[in-house]
Design a protein around this ligand. Structure first.
Ligand SMILES: *Cc1c(COP(=O)(O)O)cnc(C)c1O
Length: 395
């Protein structure tokens, strides 16, 4: 019973999530999630951009079960076939030359920051500072909180966050003034997800790339949310036509099994020598079996192409709805299947809640933006369901 679960949670679980939405899911299929009281929900958030294959994808679950019967974990002391193969698959599909696996997005960004720092350290230069952007989100570990450009996440932990500074996004002059001969790296999301789906301008991203190249600054692109097909490209930097020195990936990489990745160009990756970085769980046989299965199913079902195509349809349907409710919908920001619907401030919370009551799962971020990041297996019929429900809620 939901009430019993809530009682246990309140009594035994640290209160970092406050009052959650009053539902507990027992199982799912495709875009559908079923709650313990027998109600059906439609998952337009995909576990926050994680469940790219939807729920209970038969081939994916089959691959996981088959790995379960073989071996789960062996440690990094030994070679791991799935790990080597997943590294190859990601390198072959991108501009990266080398991969390293960990367990989460924050840990991937930690690895990226460490790699950028050790790259300069081993060159013997004195570059130690990191620049990131306001309204960014890079994770909850100490270093990634320091990089996260939001006061509410940083404030209680401030004494740990030396060496990080933030500048306004899409302002190339602000970035230029922040750069010094101590700047080691710049880390940015190309589309800021957590703060409400805010894109970087194409020109800005190209200028950042140029500045990094001219000044030997490591350009790190955080693709934890935008990666793995989310924006209609395997990675968002491919959409921008820009080559980062390092990029990170996590959320959808394991289709729900925790795994993150640091991907880097050869000259940067070479800075890590044996012992400089490591992990116990990262890239274990089970997690990398999940990653391999995700990559395989992406190809077989053309899911990146689907994200692009359905994303366009979603965007045009949402734009029509915006024309119908110009007072209520302020802006649509849609990049493949990473979509922000900015609503009038007065109604955002109520619309979010009404969607939930109608069985539509989304998230409210950046104050008044409904964010959707559905599984990439989504079809036009699912989009229609969303649009009709939102239409009814707004009307
Ligand atoms: C979710 C997210 C992270 C953090 O990932 P975790 O797996 O929660 O540590 C980092 N960066 C971006 C852009 C994210 O969206």
């Amino acid at each position: 019973m939901l009430e019993d679960i809530i009682e246990l949670d309140k009594k035994y679980y640290m209160n970092t999530f406050g009052d959650r939405l009053p539902v507990c899911f027992t199982h799912g299929k495709g875009l559908e999630l079923y709650s313990d009281d027998g109600k059906t929900y439609y998952d337009f958030l995909g576990g926050i951009a994680v469940n790219a294959l939807g729920h209970s994808h038969p081939e994916f679950i089959g691959a996981l079960k088959s790995q379960l019967d073989k071996v789960l974990h062996t440690s990094s002391l030994y070679y791991i076939e799935n790990q080597a193969k997943l590294a190859k698959a990601l390198v072959n599909a991108t501009v990266a030359d080398k991969a390293f696996f960990c367990n989460s997005g924050a840990e991937a960004n930690e690895g990226a920051l460490k790699l950028a720092k050790i790259y300069h350290y081993k060159k013997g230069d004195n570059k130690t500072e990191v620049i990131s952007l306001s309204k960014s989100f890079h994770g909850r570990t100490i270093a990634t909180v320091a990089a996260t450009g939001q006061e509410k996440y940083q404030k209680p932990y401030r004494e740990f966050t030396n060496g990080f500074m933030q500048v306004e996004p899409n302002d190339i002059n602000a970035l230029k003034s922040a750069i010094s001969d101590k700047t080691a790296a710049i880390i940015l999301e190309l589309i800021q997800g957590e703060s409400g789906v805010h894109p970087m301008d194409r020109e800005y991203v190209n200028e950042v790339r140029q500045i990094c190249s001219d000044n030997d600054i490591v350009m790190i692109v955080d693709e934890v949310q935008t990666g793995m097909g989310r924006c209609g490209y395997l990675f968002a930097h491919q959409m921008y036509g820009v080559e980062p020195d390092i990029f990170t990936c996590a959320k959808a990489l394991g289709g729900g099994i925790p795994i993150g990745a640091v991907l880097a160009k050869a000259n940067i990756a070479a800075a890590f020598s044996p012992g400089d970085h490591g992990t116990t769980f990262g890239g274990n046989p089970f997690a990398t079996a999940a990653g391999l299965a995700v990559m395989k199913i992406f190809k077989e079902e053309k899911l990146v192409e689907n994200a692009n195509e359905i994303g366009k349809y979603f965007k045009s349907e949402l734009n029509s709805l915006m024309q119908k409710y110009p007072e209520k919908i302020k802006e649509i920001r849609a990049y493949g299947l990473l979509i922000g619907i900015e609503l009038d401030e007065g109604i955002a919370k109520d619309v979010f809640k009404a969607l939930f009551d109608n069985g539509i799962l989304t998230s409210l971020c950046g104050g008044n933006t409904i964010r959707i990041a559905p599984p990439l297996i989504i079809g036009k019929g699912d989009v229609d369901l969303f649009i009709n429900t939102l239409d009814a809620v707004l009307g």
